[in-house]
Design a protein around this ligand. Structure first.
Ligand code: APR
Ligand code: ZN
Ligand code: ZN
Length: 365
């Protein structure tokens, strides 16, 4: 099959033919229909996000159609439409049974090493092993994934829209609805309005937030944020963003702030933008050695600083719900797609992302 293979850090992915083995026990072969190009893929390629070692097939925002199932698979059958979740969970551990599968430490450990749950890879080129990425690897025509990473969805949803739910939409909307549990009438700031941040903006709309302040260095992203429901706009190029947020909120700050870039300095901005009793949620993925400093005394104001992974998703419940909202025109997914591309154009998509030209590029297979 054709795949975009990550061989070297800070170098383009190589488009080539590679081999994919059949699904083993508890695994599913999916014909990938669409894959979004997310910033976290780029973060692996430039070494920001730790990954054992290339070669690997990246891509973690995908959807497609089940082609074949391995033994003991009960969740899906050939022909089913599915979203590929990059955070499969075991369903049995303490985190899973208390409704926090995003923190499950069981299956995810093998996946972090670039393997499927049994500790081996189905991807290779001749005798050379190629690693998986988060058990998804959607930058390829087909993917073998763990059954636990499969979310069955209704068949009438366009698969390009479904793919976006697999990472950016779930992460952004989920951070607002699941992690922060934003209440109607509250004020929200979103720092970074890219593919994920725009979804935090529309999550705030869904939650009934009143004031939704979009913050981005790129005026084009602020325009998009307006389309997604932001009510106020801050460009840090026009002055300190925290001062601007305080100016928009009677000098107090917002109830909730979301950092959706992946930097310590903007995470501190999120924290400094919240009012006493407020909550700052860090969604962006920063470098492991990127430290943040906040005044310890400020915690006396009962401020909360918390992280969010995958929008605290319970994939099998939340993803079909998000698609339901989309089908009922309450969630924007088509508007996130700036460009539909072929797999061969993937390296250009990373350049567009870095230049801030796109919300999302989506590979259509
Ligand atoms: N202040 C404000 N906005 C900024 C700043 C800054 N200092 N630096 C970058 N931005 C904006 C960019 O202009 C862009 O619109 O942040 C946005 C980032 O968007 P994308 O590159 O599209 O990234 P996205 O895919 O949304 O991911 C954001 O979430 O899931 C994580 O790993 C992902 O850390 C990444 C983050
Ligand atoms: Zn992602
Ligand atoms: Zn678990």
């Amino acid at each position: 099959m054709k795949a975009a293979v990550f061989y070297e850090y800070n170098a383009p992915l190589k488009i080539e033919e590679i081999d994919l083995d059949k699904p083993k026990r508890g695994e599913v072969l999916v014909k990938v229909a669409a894959s979004g190009v997310c910033h976290s893929d780029l973060s692996v390629m430039n070494g920001t996000l730790p990954f054992p070692s290339p070669p690997a097939v990246l891509g973690h925002e995908g959807a497609g159609i089940v082609e074949e199932v391995g033994s003991d698979v009960t969740a899906v059958k050939p022909g089913d439409h599915v979203i590929l979740s990059w955070r499969p969970s075991c369903g049995k551990c303490g985190y899973c049974v208390t409704g926090r599968p995003q923190l499950c430490q069981t299956i995810g450990m093998a996946l972090l090493q670039g393997y499927l749950p049994d500790g081996s890879s189905r991807l290779h080129k001749g005798g050379t092993e190629i690693k998986h990425f988060t058990g998804v690897s959607s930058f390829a025509e087909y993917a073998v994934v763990p059954e636990a990473g499969i979310v069955k969805i209704r068949r009438d949803v366009p698969l390009e829209a479904a793919a976006l739910v697999g990472c950016g939409v779930m992460t952004g909307v989920g951070a607002v609805i699941n992690t922060a549990k934003v209440e109607p009438g509250s004020s929200v700031a979103v720092i970074g309005c890219g593919g994920v941040g725009l979804n935090a903006v529309q999550g705030a709309v869904l939650a009934g937030a009143d004031k939704i302040i979009a913050i981005d260095l790129n005026p084009r992203k602020l325009e998009l944020a307006k389309q997604f429901g932001a009510t106020h706009f801050v460009n840090p190029k026009e002055g300190d963003p925290v001062t601007q947020v305080l100016g928009l909120t009677d000098g107090l700050g917002v109830d909730y702030a979301f950092e959706v870039i992946g930097r310590a300095d903007t995470a501190v901005q999120a924290y400094n933008s919240i009012r006493p009793g407020g909550t700052a949620v860090v969604v962006g993925v920063a470098k492991p050695d990127d430290m943040m400093m906040i005044p310890a005394l400020s915690l006396l104001q009962e401020k909360t600083l918390k992280g969010s992974i995958y929008g605290s998703a319970r994939p099998s419940v939340d993803m079909p719900r998000l698609l339901e909202l989309y089908m009922n025109k309450k969630l924007k997914l088509d508007e996130l797609v700036s460009r539909r591309i072929k797999l061969e154009e993937i390296n250009a998509a990373f350049e567009w992302m870095e230049k801030g030209e796109v919300a999302r590029s989506v590979i259509m297979y």
